[in-house]
Design a protein around this ligand. Structure first.
Ligand code: ADP
Ligand code: MG
Length: 389
C-alpha cells in the first residue's frame, strides 16, 4: 500500500506542482492518476521512489516512511516504466531486460534466461530478443520497457504514460496485455495518464487531478462516471459518461420480471392468455426466445390458429445474464414491448427487464459505492493514526 499524507511539492522557482495531496493506493491494485498536462502527475509519481523529494508531508510504503529508507533500497522494490520505454540504445533487447537481474547478482546466463521468460510474458516474439531497441516499433519497445521493470519482480510498479506514444490500435493491445499480466501478478501499481478512457479501463481506483496538484476525486471508475464530484471532473470525464457507466455492472444483478412465454405451435388463444400488455413472448421447444406476438392484432376468428414464426415481431436485441447493463438497456430500448429479453448462457429465457429498472440499478450501485467510500472515510476517523497514549 502506498499512502500520500498531505504531500506538497514546491519547486525552487516557486511552482507548486502538488498541493496537500492525501490518498491511498491499495496493495495489489491499479491506481490511476489522471488529469490534464501540468497537473502534477509525474511529480507525484516520482516522489514515491524519491526521484523527487516532497517539500512537506510524507509518503508511506506499507507503513514505512519512504523518507527513512535509502533511495537505492527503496527503488529495488519499485519498477518504473516511462513513455518511450527509456531503453539502453546500445544493448540488445534481451540484455536491456537482463541488466536488472544481472545487477542484482544473478549470473549472466540465468539473467538472460529470466529476460527471455519476461519477454514472452509481455507478449514479445523471442525473435526480437537479439535486436536493438531502434529496430523495434514503439509498441514493441514499450513491451520491453515493461519486461525490464518487471525483471526484479518488484511488488510496486510506477508507470508514467507508458502507452501514450503509440497509436490507438497498439495502445489497446498493450492495455489488454497489461490487464492480463496484472491479473496474474497482482502488483501494486500507480499508473499515470492524461487519457480518461485509459484511466477508466485500467484503474481499480482513479484519482482525477487538476492543475495545481489538487486531487479532485478518488473513486472507482463506475462511481466516477455516475457521480462526478464537481463540474471539473464531470467535464473531464466527458458528456457521455452516463451511458459509459452502463458498461460496468452485470445484468445478472437486475430485478428480472418473469415472463410466461408461449411456445411456437400453441394457439393464439394461449398467447392471449399468457400475454402482458397485449404482448406474449414466444419461445421454441428449448425455451429460447424467438419473438413477440401482438395478441390484440388477431381477430377472434384466429384464436384457434397455431402461432407461426411469420406472426412474430422479431425486434429487440437479447441481453445475457452475464452481460453488461448497457446490453440490458439496449435490449429494453430496442424491444417493441419495452421489455428487454434476458437469456442465460445457454440462450434460454431468464426473464425481461425494463429501461427504468436498468437505470435504477445504476443509481443504486453508485449509491452503494458512495456509502462504502463514506464508511471507509469514517473508519479512518475512529482509528487514530498515532500510537495509543
Ligand atoms: P504532469 O506530469 O501532470 O504533466 P508535472 O508533474 O510534470 O505534471 O508538472 C507539474 C507542474 O510542475 C507543471 O506546472 C510543471 O511545469 C512544473 N514542473 C515540473 N518539473 C519542474 C521543475 N523541475 N522545476 C519547476 N517546475 C516544474
Ligand atoms: Mg507527466
Amino acid at each position: 500500500m502506498i499512502r500520500f499524507e498531505s504531500v506538497t511539492k514546491q519547486y525552487p522557482d516557486g511552482t507548486v506542482a502538488v498541493d496537500d495531496l492525501s490518498l491511498e493506493a491499495p496493495s495489489g491494485e491499479i491506481t490511476v492518476f489522471v488529469g490534464p498536462s501540468g497537473c502534477g502527475k509525474t511529480t507525484s509519481l516520482r516522489m514515491i521512489n524519491r526521484m523527487i523529494e516532497p517539500t512537506s508531508g510524507r509518503i508511506m510504503l506499507d507503513d514505512r516512511d519512504t523518507a527513512r529508507l535509502k533511495p537505492a533500497e527503496l527503488r529495488r522494490g519499485i519498477g518504473y516504466v516511462i513513455q518511450h520505454a527509456g531503453l539502453f540504445p546500445h544493448r540488445t533487447v534481451v540484455d536491456n531486460v537482463a541488466t536488472v537481474p544481472y545487477l542484482m547478482g544473478e549470473n549472466k546466463k540465468a539473467a538472460r534466461r529470466r529476460a527471455m521468460e519476461l519477454l514472452e510474458r509481455v507478449g514479445l516474439d523471442p525473435a526480437f530478443a537479439k535486436r536493438y531497441p531502434a529496430q523495434l516499433s514503439g509498441g514493441q519497445q514499450q513491451r520491453v520497457g515493461v519486461a525490464r521493470a518487471l525483471a526484479a519482480d518488484p511488488p510496486v510498479m510506477l508507470m508514467d504514460e507508458p502507452f501514450s506514444a503509440v497509436d490507438p490500435v497498439v495502445r489497446e493491445q498493450l492495455q489488454n496485455e497489461f490487464l492480463r499480466l496484472q491479473s496474474e501478478l497482482h502488483k501494486t501499481i500507480v499508473f499515470v495518464t492524461h487519457d480518461i478512457d485509459e484511466a477508466i479501463k485500467l484503474g481499480d481506483k482513479v484519482a482525477v487531478m487538476r492543475v495545481g496538484g489538487h486531487l479532485a476525486q478518488l473513486a472507482a471508475p463506475a462511481e466516477l462516471l455516475s457521480r462526478p464530484a464537481d463540474s471539473f471532473v464531470a467535464g473531464f470525464v466527458g458528456r457521455d459518461r452516463g451511458y459509459r457507466a452502463l458498461g460496468f455492472a452485470d445484468a445478472g444483478e437486475l430485478p428480472l420480471e418473469s415472463e410466461t412465454p408461449v411456445r411456437l405451435g400453441e394457439t393464439v388463444r394461449a398467447g392471449r392468455e399468457k400475454a402482458r400488455d397485449d404482448w406474449a413472448l414466444v419461445v421454441d421447444a428449448d425455451n429460447k426466445p424467438l419473438g413477440w406476438l401482438a395478441v390484440g392484432r388477431f381477430p377472434d376468428s384466429a384464436l384457434d390458429e397455431p402461432i407461426t414464426e411469420q406472426m412474430l415481431n422479431l425486434g429487440g436485441t437479447l441481453a445475457r445474464l452475464d452481460g453488461t447493463l448497457r446490453a440490458a438497456l439496449d435490449a429494453a430500448l430496442s424491444s417493441p414491448t419495452g421489455r428487454g429479453v434476458v437469456v442465460d448462457d445457454g440462450g434460454h429465457l431468464a426473464g425481461t427487464v425494463t429501461a427504468s429498472h436498468v437505470l435504477a440499478k445504476i443509481e443504486q450501485r453508485a449509491a452503494a459505492e458512495r456509502e462504502r467510500a463514506a464508511q471507509e472515510a469514517g473508519a479512518e476517523h475512529v482509528a487514530p493514526a498515532g500510537p495509543a497514549p
